[in-house]
Design a protein around this ligand. Structure first.
Ligand code: ZN
Length: 306
């Protein structure tokens, strides 16, 4: 692996739990940061002159549907349910492998251009997303999502197994989650199978959680208990990434504090679909772990949980 010397950058550093920016050089050897000092000289390295540029860790997008950037104009005037049922799911039925591959390439290029180097994803035909991620050498957390609204749970579990078991074990840029789509789209059987898979493969869970107001009553009807109780029932003891978490009440917050979970905050998506914005100030004060989607959070160390 080629050594790298980044010269003259404004380097973002953590000191005593604070963020400071200092003019430094950085030497990277064998893929690891060896030195952050003034005036490093090292001949056997590719040199980048970062004058007038910030040098910082890559951003982590903690909840994405990577190929969906090609649908980003489709949310106009839609609530979440209307958007999914009337626009997204019918279009997705028509997507080909080639569509997914090129849409993923486009999304990765866009994310790289804004400094995002790791993406936690949840989308189907993940082999195509993995191929695109490998081509562009981005870090990605991938899955084959599980959903059983159409009675195809066993097929989806089999697709997940095949996807996971055909991974390149030497490639540490790509890691995996088990990902039931949401508590309102997955039956108890589906959630139990997801939990079993997560334990079998020792993987985290990535799930949509209380994104919209409609979910609260739908989850209660489907599972006979509140969303946070459903979460606790199936995923207690499993590291779980909760996408959105806009509608948490005090009981939900108390329940999440007893679990190993983190919230992926998605303010832009939530506003586009009229879900309002999660009260992340309160969540953080309560001690919950919150990360941002596509933006850099104050708590960089906490972002690294994916
Ligand atoms: Zn999502």
């Amino acid at each position: 692996m080629q050594n790298l010397l980044i010269k003259n950058g404004k380097v973002l550093l953590f000191k005593n739990d604070d963020v400071v920016i200092e003019n430094k050089d950085i030497l990277v050897q064998n893929g690891e940061i060896e030195k952050i000092e003034n005036n490093i000289n090292y001949e056997d390295a590719y040199v980048i002159n970062a004058k007038d540029k910030i040098v910082m860790p890559g951003l982590i997008n903690t909840h994405a549907h990577i190929p969906m950037s090609i649908f980003r104009v489709s949310t106009e005037g839609c609530s979440l349910y209307k958007w999914l049922h009337e626009k997204i799911w019918p279009i997705e039925d028509k997507l080909t492998k080639e569509d997914i591959y090129y849409a993923s390439m486009l999304s990765f290029v866009e994310m790289i251009s804004t400094g995002t180097t790791c993406i936690n994803d949840q989308y189907f035909m993940p082999e195509e997303i993995r191929k695109a991620a490998n081509n562009l050498k981005v870090r990605a957390v991938l899955t084959r999502p599980l959903i059983d609204t159409d009675g195809s749970l066993d097929t989806k579990i089999q697709e997940f197994r095949e996807f996971y078991e055909t991974r390149d074990k030497q490639n540490d840029l790509i890691t995996y989650t088990v990902s039931p789509h949401g508590l309102y789209t997955c039956s108890g059987k589906c959630l139990q199978k997801a939990a079993d898979l997560a334990k079998e493969y020792n993987l985290p869970v990535h799930v949509h959680f209380l994104e919209s107001i409609d979910e609260i009553s739908d989850i209660q009807k489907m599972h006979g208990m509140s969303a946070s109780k459903v979460l606790k029932k199936y995923f207690d003891g499993i590291h779980t990434i909760l996408a959105h978490s806009v509608k948490l009440n005090d009981e939900d917050i108390s329940m999440l504090k007893t679990m190993d979970c983190g919230i992926a905050h998605n303010p832009v998506s939530n506003l586009m679909l009229g879900c309002k914005i999660a009260d992340t100030t309160k969540y953080l004060k309560e001690g919950l772990n919150v990360a941002l989607r596509n933006r850099w959070a104050r708590l960089w160390k906490q972002l690294r949980y994916v």
